[in-house]
Ligand binder design. Structure first.
Ligand SMILES: [Ca+2]
Ligand SMILES: [Ca+2]
Ligand SMILES: [Ca+2]
Length: 1019
């Protein structure tokens, strides 16, 4: 909220009138043939009405349920999905690096898989008959409603006397990162007697022991399952433990060498493709790093002709006649692509991959349960990129496992514990057995075990079950059963923050239940404040908050050291990349402590270069121009979201040096960076441009503000001077009348530039400046016109025609769907070798642009862009919670929060205890949640002809306030201001300038949870 425009959207759907003005002249522009994006594309009146209407939450049923996978684990504790039918899926909680892909394959329609068996069933007895149904798609009618973080699945069936609503979530409390990062999921299973007669109801819950999930095939160990009664609760506790190597009476038989690859050819093994050639390799191949630790003189090595070729090598059938299959393995680490498989009846029953290392290492499969079967070994090279090959040697059948370097059992990444806890005392084992007997024959019940303490070989999958004791429900009566699923896998390479606080899954479950009222209560309070208690369109709230779930996926980690670390997308592109995270605003506003840790421990810690001020963009030695400037902006944002100036004081010298690094790139202090600028499009811009340039100018403004606060007047002045020059020169040299372009010598730099193109991100830094209340960095009229041009030239209601002309590298939108292109050349020659990803649609850029549009009053356009994302991610097509770019759950999508805060015209300076709002949508009646450094709550505003009422309702934590700012209509030329907190009037001063009302309280106020601050402005 920086300035106050004459034009304010008063009645939502009147906004579409604005289009008429914008587009009356549009048809006059001469467009390049091939730029097949319509200039006229205002949404219909009905569409506008729908988008602006408050609406109801989406409820999905039927086929739509299949794509849904809503993250329901704690932040940075792995990735556990709640599927549309209420079952759990994915289960990526075992510290394995799961690479979700570079994007090309991610955007597809599929049902998330569940490799771990778990579930709930409701068992009812009525009139001497026992009926049971599992809580899944087979129940009958199933409805899913999921507004992150809370998923609700409703089950009903006319043939079944009870209906069920299952509420599933992990505690999620803004500003309380630790309680939002619990490796646990809560289930509130509400069962209601739908019939006219009493009914006895029991709820069963089960969970497979998946400890040693990946290593089970390669370790000699036992899994153990116990049913534990403690603290008035019953828990299934799954662990694993060492097992003795079978010896003595059961003497090991002589080993059988299946293949040593010492022959002149592959013998009776059969090859396909080119990768294996006609004979084993003699060692290292051409252009390959040294291959070592194979046996004898030959091995399988598919680097024949480099990584490019594919192929398979398959053994003849053999009998599995020993307990283990031992072999040596090296090469690539890609699942299913650079692997060795054990096939039975042609189906893969064991698989192993290399570690992106040429050295061969011992590995083994435990195949005890397969003894006597006929099997084949198949070696696969189905990869062409880096590490697209596999090395194998010395395959043996043996009764002893090879000595491998997996390390002791309790250090394995997937070693730990899992639990399913019932919040009360469960039924006794005997009673559970009786229930199981009563439901025998149902497929889900067949595999369940109710033994109280049992150990079994680690490669056996067993599911244990517990039961809530049967209770009688009268007709219409309802009862809620509370369960907690918890996991504890501390052996992540960098450790888990959660492991600092707990010693096992049972401890996590007990913590959740000991604090159940507060954890569930605060989570629901946030959900209610954000979704229910708001005037914003419900679909929009869904969309803007859905991306926050990325924090609870494989994209994010919170290390034992306290450092927040992230990929770009799940398992893809490491190092909390500064330029991708440049877009992510949600974590900073919801969990500022996580972002502060990334600044201090990475950007100004491990990735910081003391000598130069360079911030390695993946915590390395490499410079990204946008990431470097963005780091300064993030530092200022983290300061604004702090309760005091301690963060800024600690980091200021390094923040200043980081900015000076960018000033050095500028070279002559004129405010334009002209040299080579590596950036988020994975290329370098080679001339002045406003993508990096606006970030640079915004960083200078942030530097100026921080320098002033730190009493460094000289540096503040220097920043100001460079900023003013850069702002002026950008307009002089980079403005084409409609938008900002790049000045570059294409003869010298023919590739990767955008030159006269219209880049959607051309005002990225201006959008940042808006979010940090830094004001205009270019003249307002240029900013508005450029944003309108981005809409005009880059927004396509149907991306099809343009993508037929100009194919994208990756499709993140399909024909018929809307989207905002990264870059187009509406008026000049298309650059086929221009900036990478030019023809792609990235939700992160769309949110970035939409957020900025909101700030500029282009609310209809902004909502249309967000609605486009909502349409593309409808569950009929895609998982609505998984916005994809380079990998699943891509971090850039966290830009959505910028749209949200701009809709409220939110401005905040924690250390100054300043809070302001200027709603950009329905300012006459506005209500929305907000967060501050130490508290969050609800802001509402009501505007009438002569009065404007503001209410700040603090729902959680505390809020220090010394000054406030609001926007009033132009007609309010002189006002009276009345501030009341906790029922008492507060003395204050105010100033009114151009519709901006600044209020300064005489005394600093600390608003406490549950307290209200009311401001009445009287004209
Ligand atoms: Ca060999
Ligand atoms: Ca290959
Ligand atoms: Ca310069």
């Amino acid at each position: 909220m920086r300035r106050y425009r004459v034009f304010v959207v008063i009645v939502a759907y009147l906004a579409c009138c604005a289009f008429i003005t914008i587009y009356s002249w549009a048809a006059k522009v001469a467009l390049r043939p091939g730029h097949v994006i319509p200039l006229e594309k205002e949404p219909s009146r009905a569409e506008v009405k729908r988008m602006f209407a408050r609406g109801e939450p989406d409820v999905w049923t039927g086929k739509d349920l299949e794509t849904i996978g809503m993250p329901v684990g704690g932040i940075a504790t792995g990735q556990l999905y709640l599927r549309g039918d209420g079952t759990l899926a994915l289960w990526q909680i075992f510290n394995k690096h799961i690479f979700s892909g570079y994007g090309a394959d991610n955007y597809r329609t599929y049902r998330p898989e569940s490799p771990v068996d778990s579930g709930f069933a409701v068992v009812v007895s009525q009139d001497g008959k026992t009926l049971a149904r599992p809580l899944d798609a087979t129940f009958g009618t199933v409805e899913f409603q999921g507004e992150y973080p809370i998923g609700i699945v409703r089950y009903s069936n006319d043939e079944f006397p009870v209906k069920v609503a299952s509420e599933v979530f992990s505690p999620f409390i803004p500003l309380n990162a630790k309680d939002s990062a619990l490796p646990a999921t809560l289930f509130h299973i509400a069962v209601e007697n739908n019939s006219r007669k009493p009914v006895d109801v029991a709820v069963l819950g089960w969970l497979q022991n998946a400890v040693c999930f990946d290593s089970a095939v390669a370790v000699h160990a036992n899994r153990r399952t116990q049913i534990v009664n403690e603290k008035g609760r019953t828990l299934i506790v799954h662990t694993a433990e060492k097992a003795p190597i079978p010896e003595g009476a059961d003497a090991p038989r002589e080993k059988i060498v299946l293949a040593d690859f010492e022959g002149a050819d592959y013998g009776d093994w059969k090859t396909t493709g080119e990768a294996f050639g006609t004979k084993p390799a003699a060692g290292t191949l051409q252009q390959q790093n040294p291959v070592s630790e194979f046996l004898g003189k030959g091995l399988v090595n598919t680097f024949l002709g480099g990584d490019g070729p594919h192929g398979t090598l398959t053994s003849p059938a053999f009998e599995v006649s020993r307990r283990f299959i031992n072999f040596l393995i090296g090469g690539g680490s890609q699942q299913n692509q650079t692997c060795i498989n054990l096939l039975i009846d042609g189906k893969v029953v064991r698989t192993a991959v290399g570690k992106d290392n040429e050295k061969l290492e011992s590995y083994f499969w435990n195949v005890e349960e397969l003894e006597g079967k006929s099997a084949q070994i198949q070696i696969v090279d189905d990869a062409s990129g880096g590490w697209g090959h596999i090395n194998i040697d010395q395959i043996e059948l043996d009764d002893r496992p090879a000595k491998i370097q997996l390390g002791p059992l309790d250090t394995l990444p997937d070693f730990g514990s899992m639990t399913l806890a019932f919040a009360e005392k469960g039924a006794a084992a005997g009673a559970v057995q009786e229930t199981l007997k009563a439901v025998a024959g149902q497929p889900w019940a067949e595999k369940l075990h109710a033994e109280e303490n049992t150990a079994y070989p680690v490669n056996k999958n067993r599911s244990a079950v517990l039961a809530a004791p049967a209770v009688k429900l009268a007709a219409g009566e309802k009862r809620t059963f509370t369960f907690v699923l918890a996991w504890f896998f501390p052996n992540h390479e960098k450790g888990h923050e959660y492991a600092n606080r707990f010693d096992g899954a049972p401890a996590v479950a007990h913590y959740v239940l000991d604090n159940h009222k507060r954890l569930a209560g605060d989570t629901k309070k946030w959900h209610e404040t954000f979704y229910e208690d708001s005037t914003l369109p419900r679909w929009l709230l869904f969309r803007l908050h859905s991306t926050v779930c990325n924090l609870a996926t494989g994209t994010c980690q919170w290390w034992k050291s306290g450092r927040f670390w992230a990929w770009e997308g799940v398992g893809c592109c490491n190092g909390t990349c500064t330029h991708v995270w440049n877009y992510a605003h949600a974590p900073a506003r919801l969990f500022p402590e996580l972002e502060r840790s990334a600044r201090e421990m990475q950007d100004f810690g491990e990735g910081y270069h003391e000598d130069s001020g360079l911030v390695g963009f993946r915590s390395d030695n490499n410079y990204a121009a946008d990431g470097q400037c963005g780091t300064v902006l993030k530092a200022y944002r983290e300061h604004l979201m702090s309760a005091d100036s301690a963060f800024l004081k600690r980091n200021w010298p390094r923040i200043k040096m980081a900015l000076e690094f960018s000033i050095k790139q500028d070279g002559n202090d004129d405010g334009l960076i002209e040299n080579s600028q590596h950036n988020t499009y994975d290329i370098n811009f080679e001339g002045p441009n406003t993508f990096v340039g606006s970030l640079y100018l915004a960083a200078l403004r942030a530097g100026e503000e921080m320098a002033k606060e730190m009493g460094d007047a000289e540096f503040a002045k220097r920043c100001r001077g460079i900023f003013e020059s850069g702002s002026k020169l950008s307009v002089e040299r980079l403005w084409d009348g409609e938008y900002f372009f790049e000045v570059v010598d294409l003869a010298k730099h023919p590739k990767h530039q955008y030159e006269k193109g219209c880049l959607s991100d051309q005002l990225f830094g201006q959008g940042w400046a808006e979010l940090l209340s830094l004001g205009y960095i270019y003249p307002p009229e240029n900013v508005k016109t450029a944003l309108e041009s981005v809409w005009k030239y880059n927004w396509a209601p149907d991306i099809g025609p343009y993508n037929v002309e100009h194919k994208p590298e990756r499709w993140f939108a399909r024909e018929g769907e809307p989207g905002l292109f990264t870059c187009t050349w509406p008026k000049s020659t298309y650059l086929p070798d221009g900036v990478f990803y030019k023809n792609e649609i990235w939700t992160g850029i769309e949110y970035q642009v939409a957020g900025h549009m909101v700030a500029e009053g282009m609310v209809t356009e902004a909502l249309t862009i967000c609605d486009g994302i909502q349409k593309r991610y409808h569950p009929a097509k895609h998982n609505p919670y998984n916005e994809i770019e380079c990998g699943d759950h891509y971090a850039r999508a966290l830009a959505s929060w910028g749209v949200y805060t701009n809709l409220a015209g939110y401005e905040y300076h924690g250390p100054n205890a300043h809070l302001g709002f200027a709603p950009k949508i329905t300012p006459e009646d506005f209500r929305a949640a907000f967060t501050a450094a130490e508290g969050w709550g609800s802001f509402s505003q009501r505007r009438k002809r002569d009065t404007q009422h503001q209410l700040i309702d603090l729902r959680w934590g505390s809020l220090a306030l010394k000054s406030l700012a609001f926007e009033v209509p132009e007609s309010f030329e002189k006002v009276k201001v009345n501030v009341v907190a906790g029922g008492s009037p507060l003395a204050c001063q105010h100033t009114l300038n151009n519709g901006r009302l600044d209020i300064t309280l005489n005394e600093k106020l600390i608003l406490k949870e549950g307290q209200l601050l009311a401001v009445t402005i009287q004209r």
